[in-house]
Design a protein around this ligand. Structure first.
Ligand SMILES: C[S@@+](CC[C@H](N)C(=O)[O-])C[C@H]1O[C@@H](n2cnc3c(N)ncnc32)[C@H](O)[C@@H]1O
Length: 461
């Protein structure tokens, strides 16, 4: 593979004797990874039902390798049910090593297409709030879909410049992930186009952007909160350099130890101005040390005594539950909290709790879209189907994952379901595969009228 000279010289300086091993790994195949959605299924249970061969990724508790040359997990119904996300193994590390707990307020500043946000959302277990943002609104649309497939409901999906987010979320978050735009040196093996992009915009260009994003994010973190900065590049200016800049601007931050793995290489104090030994607590992932592509991670904590303004929580006023919604929710085993409802025209959203005042903020999605109020009826949304557990809805159609009607359902076809339901059954049914929801359908006379979201229909099946 042809690598730019300037890049090779830099890697020789960074790697010394290891440079030859590093270069050799460009001849090896890339690795494919799958990450289990622990909001929907435990790792143990997934291993029992997984229909193809997987082997554990040793440093990620819910991550597995699969043979991407032979298997296409994106074609299996479990993928449509949001049981897993396909992700390069090293890229699983940042969200895995940020210690998110259910109930936290979490921000993913550069979140699209959602490789890390889906894991942060799963870790929240539908408690607390995930704000997933990306400056690119087209990429943020893909992010929204991925979060909805994963069943994440306690979220806001935004497409803002991080400086604008600060207006609403000053000192608000417990945990922040910054998976920064970068020169992508760690992805050269996986994606050859990254080399051309590096030649156009290298480390100098991205370093400026990263400094601006990390300082904006820093102001949105609570005292005592944790922030994880990651890139998929090796360059010291974009990695240790960005962290050193942050510590200069905000000395209340301290570098934290990252839960270890034998393949992780320590960050480099010697490339910084301060030579602070704490930089060795940051991590570089090199493809010749472990089975994954290149990355860098730094975990930071904001001091408990830090003084920073904090956006107060806004009051959520109780609303009257519309009769159509109330009727539909008689079949849903949820304790619907009226103060969490937000109704805009026909659309009904279920909002996370304890949000700040968000007047003027622009969203791609705020909360879980429950559905639409039509004339005297309520139509449930695809996002609600994905957020529900099968046991939570009274009328279900559970098809085995090898039933060929499933692929027809996912393509948007009407299917015959006489054998699965009582003779007189009619109305909304939650279509599931092996106990995991996929979407809605309406039963009449033994057939299922397809209500799978048209934009999500599977064209390739
Ligand atoms: C490395 S990618 C993120 C990948 C994502 N975290 C994932 O795991 O799927 C970096 C993202 O940063 C976004 N971005 C670039 N500049 C940004 C900015 N100033 N603020 C927020 N996002 C930005 C890009 O659109 C891109 O989607």
């Amino acid at each position: 593979m042809n690598l730019p000279n300037e890049f090779e010289e830099k890697m020789k300086a960074l790697l010394g004797d290891e440079f030859e091993d590093y270069i050799k790994c460009y001849d090896e195949p890339r690795y494919y990874g799958l990450r289990v959605n622990t909001e929907k299924i435990s790792v143990e249970d997934f291993v029992k039902i997984c229909p193809f061969e997987i082997t554990p990724i040793p440093w990620i508790d819910n991550g597995f390798y699969y043979d991407g040359e032979k298997i296409s997990p994106a074609k299996h119904p479990y993928y449509f049910a949001g049981l897993y996300y396909l992700q390069e193994p090293s890229a699983m590390t940042p969200a895995n090593r940020l210690p998110v707990e259910p109930g936290d307020r979490v921000l993913d500043v550069c979140a699209a297409p959602g490789g890390k946000a889906t894991e942060l959302g799963a870790k929240l277990q539908n408690e607390g709030v995930l704000v997933a943002n990306d400056i690119s609104s087209s990429r943020a649309r893909g992010l929204l879909k991925n979060l909805e497939v994963f069943g994440i409901g306690n979220m806001l999906v935004m497409s803002e410049e991080p400086g604008r987010l600060e207006r609403y979320f000053s000192g608000y978050f417990d945990k922040i992930l910054i998976d920064a735009p970068c020169s992508g040196e760690g992805m050269f093996r996986k994606d050859k186009k990254m080399v051309r992009a590096w030649e156009e915009h290298g480390p100098e260009f991205f370093s400026k952007l990263q400094r601006s994003i990390i300082t904006q994010a820093a102001r949105m973190l609570k005292p005592g909160g944790m922030m994880l900065y990651s890139t998929c590049t090796f360059d010291p200016l974009e990695n240790e350099g960005t962290i050193e800049y942050l510590l200069g601007e905000y000395p209340e931050f301290e570098i934290q130890e990252i839960a270890g793995y034998e393949g992780f290489a320590p960050g480099r104090p010697e490339v910084t101005k301060s030579k602070d030994p704490d930089f060795a607590k940051t991590v570089r992932i090199f493809p010749h040390h472990m089975k994954g592509e290149g990355h860098y991670l730094a975990l930071l904590k904001k001091s408990e005594d830090a003084i920073c303004p904090s956006s107060p929580v806004a009051e959520q006023k109780a609303k009257k539950i519309p009769a159509e919604l109330e009727e539909f929710f008689r079949d849903v085993k949820w304790d619907l909290k009226p103060w969490r409802l937000d109704i805009h025209g026909e659309r009904v959203y279920y909002m996370p709790e304890n949000l700040p005042e968000l007047k003027g903020a622009r969203f791609l999605r705020s909360g879980l879209l429950l559905g639409e109020l039509k004339k005297k009826r309520f139509e449930p949304s695809q996002a609600l189907a994905m957020n529900l557990k099968m046991e939570e809805y009274a009328h279900t159609l559970n098809l085995s994952s090898d039933d060929n009607r499933l692929m027809r359902y996912l393509k948007g076809e009407t299917i015959d379901v006489e054998d699965l339901i009582p003779a007189k059954a009619k109305g909304w049914h939650l279509v599931c595969t092996d106990g995991f929801p996929l979407g809605w359908g309406k039963v009449t006379n033994g057939t299922l009228k397809n209500k799978y979201l048209p934009g999500w229909r599977n064209q390739s099946a």
